[in-house]
Design a protein around this ligand. Structure first.
Ligand code: GRF
Length: 221
């Protein structure tokens, strides 16, 4: 039986390396997804260039042209709705989204965050992990809720912090893991294996007690 590819929209503010990883996974045949829209709040985002090169429709909205956050988010989510997306992926989208705008998308919207949530919500996660003397660091993919970086975590990738690490080396090494973690989670969603119900992540219909872990090149319970 073949099912239709999952229609995915991506929001990104920056270089778009996570978007690139998703597109590469699709090209390799590892991601049954169709990218219907890449949206950004930054006209010069690398993610937009990648999207154009890949022939994906783009939407650029300049926040300065809107009177407030609510009207920006309302317009942005109208565009996403019109794209026919079934899943919305935040891949380096550097804006806090209005709770009312995102409410209809809870359970259909994920974010990748460079920390082992619930540790280090917000910015400067690598610096904070180093300053705390942590022995490990990681990335999390979570369902988005109105609480910033606070939605139920689906999956994580971990790496050991070495004495030689600084903020740049740690960020660079972690990014390599992000590029494998995010496509793996989107692939699970495309296969219908993940859901959010009553604030609880379900895998294959069963509650996930702890986030899936990226181990030996695959997601593991
Ligand atoms: C990544 O580190 C991601 O975890 C965070 O923002 C960064 C985006 O990088 N949310 P890129 O634009 O995908 O290269």
């Amino acid at each position: 039986m073949t099912t239709a590819p999952l229609r995915v929209a991506v929001l990104a503010s920056g270089r778009g390396s996570n978007l690139a990883a998703l597109l590469q996974a699709r090209s390799r045949g590892e991601l049954p997804a169709e990218f219907v829209l890449v949206g950004s709040d930054k006209a010069d985002a690398g993610a937009l260039t990648l999207a154009r090169e890949a022939g994906i429709p783009t939407a650029v909205l300049d926040p300065r042209r809107f009177p407030d956050r609510v009207s920006f988010d309302h317009t942005l989510f109208e565009r996403i709705q019109e794209s026919g997306a079934e899943l919305l992926v935040l891949a380096g989208f550097m804006r806090i989204i209005d709770g009312a705008a995102l409410a209809p998308w809870v359970g259909r919207m994920i974010n990748i965050h460079p920390s082992l949530l619930p540790k280090y919500r917000g910015l400067h996660t690598h610096r904070r992990a180093l300053a705390a003397g942590d022995l490990e660091h990681g990335a999390s993919v979570h369902y988005v809720t109105a609480e910033l970086d606070g939605g139920p975590v689906i999956a994580q990738a971990r790496l050991a912090i070495t004495p030689q690490d600084d903020e740049q080396t740690l960020a660079a090494r972690l990014l390599g893991y992000e590029h494998r973690l995010l496509p793996a989670v989107v692939s699970y969603i495309a296969q219908g294996r993940l859901a959010l119900r009553d604030g609880q992540v379900l895998l294959d219909g069963r509650p996930l007690a702890t986030p899936l872990q990226w181990r030996d090149g695959a997601l593991d319970r």
